[in-house]
Design a protein around this ligand. Structure first.
Ligand code: GUN
Length: 303
């Protein structure tokens, strides 16, 4: 049997359509659109492509958008001052500082400087705390985990009472998705196990999973025999394993991406599975747009 493909590209597009309609409605009623700024320090190629896509999407949805690219040697003080300017800018509802930052800048200080009410990435300690409390307290769920939860829900996967296993314990994916899956509510109420580099018998844990979320950053880490037949497999890995000519422009080279799961073999065992690319990736940007819209709605008192 071949697993059902969970297509983030299609599900993400559907959500973007919903957002576009809401943006038009709010613009008509209140005369304001969501405003998003991305701050990129330096010229890491992966980071450039991520922020460019985020800004392009914001533009397409009718947001106000600013792509603020700063030189790699910007001082920490100037970066903090820049963030403060956007904190005070009433037309900006979402501030995103693309990570990683160069070594001379303290990432923690920078994330803490973003107004928690504009922290659409959900990385500020206040928002991390709100996520831990759960329910109504959550303002901005972090984008990748929120995207994963949306994929699971919109694919009709039952989470309540399900055994969920999360591979990886990063602040951006592993920790928050584990938390979100065991909270009460929609796309949650699962029994969650988190496995990591120090786990004994990682395979044994994975074999119990009805829902397996893999965010380890190790290409092909999860072997087909680790997958419970019929399980829902969410592959968060985006590993660049080489380059190939672009389909649109054969003279241009684009990265070859591989997930953390051996996809070809896994799809014969799983009940449903996300491809890489085209699975979780597009959902991260979609949820960023959703959080930015949410931020404006909070401000208007309509969320
Ligand atoms: N770098 C890799 N993923 C992310 C993300 O989701 N947000 C930000 N700001 N930086 C990232």
């Amino acid at each position: 049997m071949t697993a059902k493909l969970i297509k983030g590209t299609e599900i993400g597009e559907q959500i973007l359509k919903e957002i576009t309609a809401e943006v038009a409605e709010i613009k008509g009623k209140y005369g304001i659109v969501p405003g998003l700024v991305t701050i990129l320090v330096g010229s890491n190629p992966a980071s450039i492509s991520y922020v460019t896509l985020k800004i392009k999407t914001a533009h397409r949805l009718g947001f106000k958008e600013i792509q603020d690219n700063q030189p790699v040697d910007i001082s920490e003080k100037n970066l903090l001052a820049l963030i403060d300017t956007y904190n005070k800018d009433n037309s900006i509802h979402g501030i995103l500082v693309q990570l990683p930052l160069p070594k001379h800048i303290d990432e923690k200080k920078v994330l803490n400087a973003i107004d928690p009410d504009k922290d659409v990435d959900g990385f500020h300690p206040v928002n991390v705390g709100r996520l831990m409390i759960g329910g109504e307290e959550v303002k901005f769920p972090p984008c990748t985990p929120a995207g994963i939860q949306e994929l699971i829900v919109r694919s009709g996967i039952e989470t309540s009472g399900a055994e969920a296993v999360v591979v990886g314990r990063s602040n951006i994916v592993g920790k928050p998705i584990a938390n979100m899956l065991f909270q009460k509510g929609r796309g949650a109420d699962a029994t969650v196990t988190v496995v990591h580099t120090r786990t004994k018998n990682m395979a044994e844990h994975c074999k119990r999973a009805d829902i397996l979320v893999v965010a380890a950053g190790v290409p092909g880490l999860v072997k087909p025999e680790w997958i419970k037949p019929g399980a829902c497999v969410i592959d968060v890995g985006v590993n660049r394993i080489g380059e190939k000519p672009s389909k649109d422009d054969p003279k241009k080279m684009v990265p070859i991406l591989k997930g953390d799961v051996d996809f070809e073999a896994a799809k014969e065992i799983a009940g449903s599975i996300t491809p890489v690319p085209g699975g979780v990736g597009p959902m991260t940007i979609t949820m960023l747009m959703k959080n930015t819209l949410k931020s404006l709605k909070f401000k208007l008192g309509i969320q």
